[in-house]
Ligand binder design. Structure first.
Ligand code: SAH
Ligand code: SF4
Ligand code: F3S
Length: 442
């Protein structure tokens, strides 16, 4: 099929999580393999693909405002618009209504159909949202990675947890796992291409099982650690229920696995956690954190918090703040609860008023900002190892990278060190990043 779409230019706009970013890299790879070319702007392309997120109402609304923008482009030139990802899976046919100007809709299990769809007439509106129970392996070397330094490697997809607020099990389906041999092959290929870091991706990544051997997530970690040129390995997202002590011990035993973990708490109140169907208590969560810190005292921890879940009292909310004060996370992602279709919690009364949700969110964020400023202040003067990802986007005279704890570090360097590990002396900070100067590796 190579070359068939050679006059086609395309643009992919991605909303949502790392899994969507990774899927977009694979979509771009599928199109390039068929001969199409990537454009820098939607205005310059014949095909615009919008990869969507449905996790909160606001995320879903982004699709509709973006489609409004695309309608302006459509007035001026002939352009095909495809909606893919989680809103495509959720809304399906609805998206093909004339008012949206959408030409085709593909769910997350259907991206392989893209070249076929583009070969047919654009007038034939197309929709595929069938789920597959099996992992669809894409050919090795397919993804068109955004970075040449750090790569996403999907290892599982879907979620069987059905947290009561969450739409993901309805957009990504049940868990399915990629064969371990296929993952290792891809990681080896990335190593040969000079990538330094990989991030293993899955909605519930720690429940990974090799469909062939039954090997567990620690087996997967050990196998990827054996791939020589890769120096840093991360994974996300962990559910505290599936993040076992064995996984923690494997992290501690393997030097390549970054001392960094994103472990979503959602709420600090055990009664709220129960209604969220998270299957752990505040104590269980804190015990896991204590175990991790005993094994790896310098581990960097981040989390997700939802405020204003149905029935969350002021006292419950205080429990979330108390956990933030106790754990002192490196970073958090915090959200106002938003009822989602098909979920159990959408049947609960959404009884925390919007204003109160906003107040709680602001309080969580103010507390966390203060913690991050204090954490960062203590780092001034120290020398940290940074993987340089390239010039900083907003301040091109600086380089930007991440340290092992996944902190953003912007720094001065006399020469281009993109793709290398460098030593940086921390000289300044903001709440969300560190600043510094590169110093010679001793
Ligand atoms: N699989 C991951 C990511 C899920 S979505 C996990 O288990 O953590 C990312 C985050 O969005 C969640 O952790 C949660 O904090 C938030 N989220 C999910 N559904 C939400 C909802 N209905 N309202 C507000 N936040 C939500
Ligand atoms: Fe959603 Fe819960 Fe699954 Fe995460 S673990 S994707 S929050 S259902
Ligand atoms: Fe959003 Fe789908 Fe990811 S709902 S968070 S893009 S799995």
């Amino acid at each position: 099929m190579s070359g068939e779409l050679k006059n086609l230019t395309f643009f992919v706009r991605t909303f949502g999580c790392q899994m969507n970013e990774s899927d977009s890299e694979r979509i771009a790879g599928i199109l390039c393999r068929a001969g199409a070319k990537k454009a820098a702007r939607p205005e310059d392309s014949d095909l615009i693909i919008v990869n969507t997120c449905a996790v909160r109402k606001k995320a879903e609304e982004k699709l509709f405002s973006y489609l409004g923008r695309l309608a302006q482009i459509k007035k001026k030139k002939l352009v095909q618009v495809g909606v893919v990802g989680c809103v495509a899976q959720l809304r399906g046919l609805e998206l093909l209504e004339k008012k949206f100007g959408v030409d085709f809709v593909l769910g997350p299990d259907n991206y392989g159909e893209l070249p076929d769809i583009l070969r047919t007439s654009p007038a034939d509106k197309h929709i595929s949202t069938a789920w597959s129970a099996e992992w669809h392996d894409t050919p090795l070397d397919l993804a068109l990675h955004e970075s040449t330094v750090s790569a996403y490697v999907p290892v599982m997809e879907g979620c069987n947890n059905f947290c009561s607020y969450c739409i993901v099990p309805f957009t990504r389906g049940r868990e399915k796992y990629r064969p371990l041999s296929s993952i290792v092959e891809e990681v080896e290929d990335l190593g040969r291409k000079g990538f330094k870091e990989i991030q293993l991706l899955g909605q519930n990544v720690n429940s990974y099982r090799d469909p062939r051997s039954g090997g567990s997530f620690p087996d997967l970690l050990r196998a990827t650690c054996r791939v020589e040129p890769i120096e840093w390995i991360r994974f996300l997202t962990s559910h505290p229920k599936n993040f076992t002590l064995e996984i923690a011990e494997t992290m501690a035993a393997e030097k390549k696995i970054c001392r960094q973990l994103h472990l979503p708490l959602q709420s600090g109140a055990t009664s709220v956690l129960e209604r969220m169907r998270r299957s752990y208590t505040q104590e269980d969560y804190l015990e896991k954190i204590a175990f991790l810190r005993r094994l790896m005292p310098d581990i960097s921890l981040s989390t997700d918090i939802i405020v204003g879940f149905p029935g969350e009292s002021e006292k419950d909310f205080e429990e979330s703040l108390a956990v933030l004060r106790e754990v002192r996370f490196t970073n958090i992602f915090s959200f106002r609860y938003s009822p989602r279709p098909l979920t159990r919690a959408s049947e609960f009364k959404d009884d925390v008023p919007g204003e109160e949700k906003s107040r709680r969110l602001a309080e969580v964020q103010a507390l966390q900002k203060q913690i991050q400023l204090e954490n960062h202040g203590r780092k001034v003067g120290s020398v940290i190892k940074v993987l340089c990802l390239g010039p900083a986007k907003k301040t091109p005279h600086l380089y930007s990278g991440r340290d092992e704890g996944y902190e953003v570090v912007n720094f001065q360097s006399a020469d281009d060190c993109s793709g290398s590990f460098v030593n940086v002396r921390v000289t300044g900070f903001g709440p969300y990043s560190l600043y510094g100067e590169r110093i010679p590796v001793s």
